[in-house]
Design a protein. Sequence first.
Lengths: 426, 330
Amino acid sequence: MSKITKRGVSPFIKRGVLLPSMKQPAASRPIIDIAPPSRIVIPLLAGDGSECLPAIKSYDTVLKGDVLGISETGDGGRVYSPVSGVYVGTKKILHPIIGNVTCALLDCMATGGETGKFKDTASMSEQEILEMASSMGIIDELDGQPLGLKLAAWRKLRRVMLVADATEQEPYCSASRAVLKDSAVQVRDGLALAARAMGAKGFCIAVMLPQKRLSALKAKLNDGDLFSVKGRYPVELPSIDGCIVCRIGVQACLALYRAAAYGEPPCGCVVTIAGDAVANPQNVQVPYGTLVEDVLRFCGLAHEPEYVLLGDVMTGITVQDADVPTIPGITCILAFKSRVQSPLHACIGCGRCVSACHRNLLPYEIMRRLDNMQYERLSQLLPDECDGCGACSYVCPSGLEVTAKVLEARDAQGNIFMKWGDGDEL
Amino acid sequence: MSYKIAQAPFLRRGERGALMSADVLIAFVPLCVFTSAYYGLRPVFLVLTGLTTAVLAEAFGCLLMKRRPTVSDGSAAVTGAIIGMLVSPLSPYWLPAAGAIFAIVAVKLPMGGSGRNLFNPAAAGIAAISLCFPGFFFNYPDPGLGRPLPLGEIAMSGIPSPASQLASGGQPLYSPVMLLLGDFPGPIGATAVAILLACGLYLFVRRSLSAHITLSFLASCAVIAALFPRASGASAGSVMVELCSGYLLFCGIFMLNDPVTAPRHWLGRIAYGIFAGVLVMLMRFFGRFEEGAAFAVLLVNAFSTTLDHLGWYVLNLKRIKRIRERRHSQ
């Protein structure tokens, strides 16, 4: 059995928090393809964050998988069309996650889903797999980076374990486990391809499932393919069996396999639509660039939502307007009619945040020093170690925005105003 | 169409500070029932006097200082109730009221109110009344009277408690069973040892009590009591009498676990508990009064923040050094 090495474990204290599971009923329903929306909006942003220029002229017809934009810097970053359609033009929008960005507008056309002939993937060389991942424009849904770039960068590392992360520790998202339920073998084969391409020592699919569903999944796969993760939110995977862990998404594995075996271009991403304002919570196969309002309308709204979130409840971002496109890296869209909130008080110093923090920080103290403007003493508390998991705000009985404050401290490390205490630096 | 904005995480556990105070007040109920079985309703009224006075003092104080009223978080009620629980059943009604007013007006509000007080207000109130009125404070009635105390004015001299017998070098007359059952003179809420332990367990389950603080506190007290027994006989008996007498156990369960003044990091909490235990025993051995736990709590509160940060730094020295080096190399 594989052994996971944890870091920073202190005696008598259970780090992290126990989150309720809200994955039902979406997790047990089948994945549905969204009815093609009339228009989609694709941010012209390459995987490395550089802006792209449109590669085609207005009113050109593009097919699924065609190049839409090429990076200005000329390092080969590309944007691929997730659907077939007519390119109408560009438009500047303000996206809550990626900021100001130029987008390409596509009018969608319905196309017959023809699949290519099956091709044996065993004969593909490492270079071929990497090139195919790049040229097909497969994007890792965990972080929105191109899979080809990620795998090529990891080739330099030694003793690497490639892990397809299907843990989905946050309460609502169930996209990965739905994909795994439908096509576990294909995901495993895709993962094996990726592991071969980057020269990994081994690979496994990390899951966090109840015993019954775990054994159902085990029946489909070989022994040792699955790695069952246990613990409180958030569980980190720093190393397995002494190897460095590199994480890719389950859907990226599936897309890689389909591209290699059938020559299919990737068509988007499975997104969990849930929340108490949604009439039919389910997992939906959505092309990148579909507007959030189209996705919500497809699932039906039981109530007029007060909050709409991109991402899951612990790390997601609320949007003011549903007029924004889905982008890679988002596997969950939630709509709520209200929220639970503790009444605001001053910090009573209960220490809940300290025992919840899995990075062993002192969130209350970081927050206090930020509020008291003791910026010079802030960096001693290592706010840059925070990964924004949200556990400290979740447990706070005074309803304070602890996570937001700690992230503010982290992001302000290089800020010139934060250095007014350090006499020798200014 | 415009939606509301909220900061991540969107989901909250929904626990409230007021519920944590309510837990402590709930734990006081069986203690009050127990003492009323011995002394009638007078102790209950004493506790209620302390509670009401503290709440009123907090409300008026907030009004006068034009602050947002913080009565609703329940911390003032807990402070008042603790003071009421620690006076003698024989004390006049103004005694817990005076302690509560001192705690709120002189200790809590000037330091910034709820969540910002450096010192435990209840400990300060107890310390003030035991310094000013030791004659009333340490005058404990005999539990074996067999009839309820009068509710009105009372002029009765009590009998020596186990703590005072220890302090005067005499042999305590109470067997371990009597101590466990609470059949000995002492403050209203501090004699029912078995019920106190059950309350501690309840608060631990409700996460209002930190096992790090309470266990290290009791352990250090027990070790000192075993090493330097004041009662003749076996050291086990000495440990039993020292832990059960006075309001040491009450202090370890309720006063030291006040979230505002206790450290938050587990190592700091252990150090805090040990430090408090040593100070409490020193107060008993060399102090003027038979029981000085409130003074010890106030003293150790002053070191709380330092212990907290020290504990964290000691554990994270390597990490801080590594990150410093990484930052310099950039």
